[in-house]
Design a protein around this ligand. Structure first.
Ligand code: ZN
Length: 133
């Protein structure tokens, strides 16, 4: 398991998972429309509303954490680095892959290294389609 040396790294690692999940879900609806450009304010609002984990966070806390995670995602090649201050752009649609070693569910862009974000294993398999309730 990737060494997480302090609380703030754990916070960012966790936030990254939710943000990737948000991007993944934005493009896995039935409309067939692909969204590649996202407004920072929309991300902040949606994460605060849709994810139970962040229900108690203020918009300011979410925005602050988001702004720390975005450069990490640019470096990994998920997001375009040519951004203006208000929007982010995906470089590719995300796909969901589960790690065969640690069972972590990863949402990875096709421009990214095919490696588990938690343990760096390359043994990733397609995550089973979930049954809609
Ligand atoms: Zn793993």
């Amino acid at each position: 398991m990737k060494y997480l040396n302090n609380i703030s790294n754990i916070k960012l690692f966790e936030f990254e998972w939710y943000l990737r999940d948000y991007f993944f879900r934005s493009n896995s609806n039935n409309s067939g429309e692909i969204s590649m450009v996202f407004e920072i304010e929309d991300i902040v609002k949606t994460i605060g509303e849709k994810y139970f984990r962040y229900k108690t966070w203020t918009d300011l806390e979410i925005r602050d954490t988001l702004l720390k995670v975005l450069p990490i995602l640019q470096k990994k090649g998920l997001l375009d680095s040519k951004l203006d201050a208000d929007t982010v752009q995906l470089r590719s649609k995300l796909e969901r892959r589960q790690c065969s070693d640690c069972y972590y569910v990863n949402c990875l862009g096709s421009e990214e290294a095919k490696k588990c974000l938690r343990c760096s294993s390359e043994k990733l398999v397609e995550f089973p389609t979930r049954i809609k309730r």
